[in-house]
Design a protein around this ligand. Structure first.
Ligand code: ZN
Length: 409
């Protein structure tokens, strides 16, 4: 059993390595023939210099990601090979709330192992390309706040889950899934109202002319939008973005301040129209349902694992136990993701095209949508054209060149 799982994990790593190297060679080779491969709208706007910088950033992130994956692979193999969960289990389980403690301890270990990578990404990699604005103080505060929040949220949630497991018998996974779904909905409401404001400041958009444009747009597409907020994304990073969040009354559009600074009013309106498109075309609901469905499958898989003494014995654990099962499931998730992520991304990319088309329809401003996309791409140092296989597996958004083609540019 161990050998099969380790083989699958190693195969997954080499698949990722292959994809990344393939993509890196592809984007470097395109450097010499940008005129051929880029759509006309991009040729004048993305210089060779811009392109090279984007390629450099992409390569640096790729190398960093591969080193991180390699180390986590080694760690997972070590845990599987030497049954390292056993000693932690034996230490925690006799304690009151021992199983919850075990899970939180594993979470803490994962956080600590990941810390050097977070530090490197923020203060070396992102800084090198001019994106990082995080100060050590903000970084430290972020770490403390996330840790505190995780403890606050996860302790009762895990406690309840384990309680359900103990009292509901073989159908526990259905109850577990229902609990998890209810928790997800609660988070959708609480995240924009309570959690996000702990990390960033959100101010209602004040620009009167822009608000006027927004009102006209939301009237036209019949979307009664209450909240348009500007977030101080520049506190941490120069990257710019916009997103849609919340449900019911907590529903809102958030613009990063970095985005508001860089885009014109008409460009911002096309970005907003794109986000509204995701909502009006039910993309938000559908993606939520799919992720809930997948978590249901996860709970069922966990219940099957727990029903199999042979599975646990094969991995060196004397008897099945839910807390060890949860950690094993998390460790073995990455190869499963290998299959699910491309499918999810396929759907997501279709949604992006549909939201672009919706935005075009709603604003009738093809030019601004195109320039907004180009600016976003350029300022975030995204490579405008990536290898098709890499994009197929990894990208939730189509590459810029393809998006512009779809817009008829
Ligand atoms: Zn989108």
């Amino acid at each position: 059993m161990k050998l099969i799982l380790i083989t699958v994990l190693v195969a997954h790593f080499f698949w990722e390595l292959f994809l990344s190297v393939r993509n890196d060679l592809f984007i470097k080779a395109n450097d010499g023939r940008l005129d051929e491969v880029l759509p006309r709208a991009l040729r004048d706007r993305i210089s060779r210099e811009d392109y090279r910088r984007a390629v450099e950033y992409s390569s640096a992130k790729t190398v960093f990601g591969l080193i991180q994956s390699a180390l986590s692979l080694v760690l997972v193999i070590a845990v599987l090979e030497w049954t390292l969960l056993n000693p932690i289990d034996q230490w925690f389980v006799p304690l009151p709330l021992g199983r919850v403690g075990f899970l939180l301890a594993i979470l803490l270990i994962v956080q600590i192992v990941g810390l050097p990578f977070d530090l490197y990404r923020t203060f070396v990699l992102e800084k090198r390309f001019g994106f990082n604005k995080t100060t050590p103080r903000v970084f430290l505060l972020d770490q403390c706040k996330s840790l505190f929040l995780s403890l606050l949220i996860l302790t009762p949630l895990l406690w309840l889950l384990l309680l359900l497991y103990d009292v509901t018998g073989p159908t526990w996974w259905v109850w577990g899934f229902l609990l998890f779904s209810a928790f997800q909905f609660l988070m959708l409401i609480l995240y924009p109202l309570v959690i996000a404001p702990l990390f960033n400041t959100f101010v209602p958009l004040e620009d009167a002319a822009l608000l006027e444009g927004i009102r006209a747009l939301t009237d036209r597409v019949k979307f009664p939008l209450k909240g348009v907020f500007v977030m101080d994304g520049s506190k941490r990073s120069g990257h710019s973005n916009a997103y849609f969040t919340g449900i019911g009354k907590s529903k809102r559009i958030v613009f990063f301040d970095t985005l508001v600074d860089k885009l014109t009013h008409s460009e911002l309106l096309t970005v907003l129209a794109h986000e509204l498109g995701h909502f009006k075309l039910n993309h938000v609901k559908l993606q939520l349902l799919i992720s809930l469905g997948l978590s249901g499958v996860g709970f069922y898989a966990l219940s099957r694992m727990l029903a199999s003494d042979a599975f646990f014995a094969g991995l060196g654990y004397a008897t099945p136990s839910i807390h060890v099962g949860i950690v094993l499931l998390m460790m073995l998730l990455s190869p499963v993701e290998m299959v699910i992520a491309p499918l999810f991304n396929l759907l997501s990319r279709r949604h992006e095209y549909a939201a672009d088309a919706f935005a075009l329809d709603a604003t009738e401003d093809r030019g601004s949508l195109a320039t907004a996309l180009i600016k976003l791409n350029k300022d975030n140092l995204s490579v405008p054209l990536v290898h098709p296989l890499y994009s197929f597996v990894h990208h939730s958004h189509p590459p810029l060149a393809e998006r512009l083609l779809a817009l008829g540019q």
